[in-house]
Design a protein around this ligand. Sequence first.
Ligand code: ARG
Length: 586
Amino acid sequence: MASVPSLASTVQQRLADALSAALPEAGSTDPLLRRSDRADFQANGILALAKKLKGNPRELAAKVTGVLDSGDLLKDVEVSGPGFLNITLTDAAITSTLAARAADDRLGVPLKENPGITVVDYAQPNVAKEMHVGHLRSAVIGDALRAMLDFTGEKTIGRHHIGDWGTQFGMLIQYLIEHPGTLAPADEVDGEQAMSNLNRVYKASRAVFDTDEEFKERARKRVVALQSGDKETLELWQRFVDESKVYFYSVFEKLDMEIRDDEIVGESAYNEGMPETARLLEEMGVAVRSEGALVVFFDDIRGKDDQPVPLIVQKADGGFGYAASDLTAIRNRVQDLHATSLIYVVDVRQSLHFKMVFEAARRAGWLTDDVTAHNMGYGTVLGADGKPFKTREGETVKLEDLLDEAAERATAVVREKAERVGLSEEEIVENGRYVGIGAVKYADLSTSANRDYKFDLDQMVSLNGDTSVYLQYAYARIRSILRKADDRKPAAHPELALAPAERALGLHLDAFGELLAEATAEYAPHKLAAYLYQLASLYTTFYDQCPVLKAESAELVENRLFLCDLTARTLHQGMALLGIRTPERL
Ligand code: ARG
């Protein structure tokens, strides 16, 4: 494992050294390096510096270039405009740096120096309820974030804060007691059956609950029994949880996503700690009694008529709710799991809840300055019509149907080209699935999470444009070239001159590690998606302009195969972090 400094960072360092050598009075100055169309990089830092030193920027720039150590790295440094530097690297520097990346399993991407522990709260559906597209977003985004963080060396711990507690269980359990057999044992059903059983029980119990006062009363008593830990009641509650998990797992599996049982730690897991949470908050004066309830007030959080909106820790009837479980979870995550960062991938509509929970936890000292807490609030999934995604009847769309349809459409797309590539029926179906699921994930991940996005399958499986299929095809095309190369093997030849398309591709490949560090630090998978899309586009240009297997010399063939190979590996790695497969043949 050898981390490879990017060309950009090396140039940046050289420039910074030259700046302090030429202008020691300036102190340390950022050369403000960025990629440029005119040369490889442009540095704008001298302009601001000239202003500060009241000097002529072009003269200062000339002074800097005078002492700049070009070595084997810089081919040309030109002062342009009011005092920019246009910087062109040598071809050899580009190829050698890429060769060092290729020699490393991690593509030269460094590990973080001081990795922490991040608890990622994501993929949190609710027991006995159908999952909806919002749960899909949470799962997809959380899974990608986790993989990205893991890759930097951060330790991540998943927490699936499922909704497995609440008064609705009184009704469900009571119904089950009165209608035994409406729920088949969890080990006898598949995901779809589990959900349809749960749905049936939910609807039926709700119908009785709404019309039969006596049942309502029995359900209420059942809630009390559940809360006081009555054995029979708890066992029945567990059946709902187990049955629901069968369903959750079937959806996650369709999503090609691994969810660990020990990380499913739902609301109920914090029951035991909630009274203590409430007691401590009250003792510290963070929470106060108001109309019988225990609440936390905030100066800046006000609702209608400028009335303060409190966070309710304990209701007047003594019951604990959502906020109490989240506050207790924070104590557990910080004090027992030793988290240094907490991320919550939860619908933006819950952002006020988290703002209040975090603030209350800070006041209580459970969140200290060393711990960051962030609600990665995601936007709404819209239908092609721009309205929240629902069936024509206005119901939530079944996730499994959605994923099946994505796979079906994608399979049709794969099938069209299958003959040319020589895919078996089995491969068509398998790839179709990876393309379909990839399309769904990519559409989600390529938009900045806080924005709404349109769930438009036609667009998602389109071969043109910013889609995962486009990236998967780019990958498969490269793999096919590498197969066709037979005994000609990828090899870097730093002595060869590079064509413009090769330079552009090479510089982009070199920037992978830095981009990844940025996207990870900002919790922004969409930046990784954008990088990969650009990589595939640059590869397409390269492929159009630079023959690979038919290049003029054996060395040129090898060097281009080398660029192909590194592109494929970078695409593969990046896509894997987004949770998207890259089939070898498409
Ligand atoms: N189960 C909740 C829902 O479906 C999401 C839970 C989010 N996580 C949390 N720690 N509150 O809306």
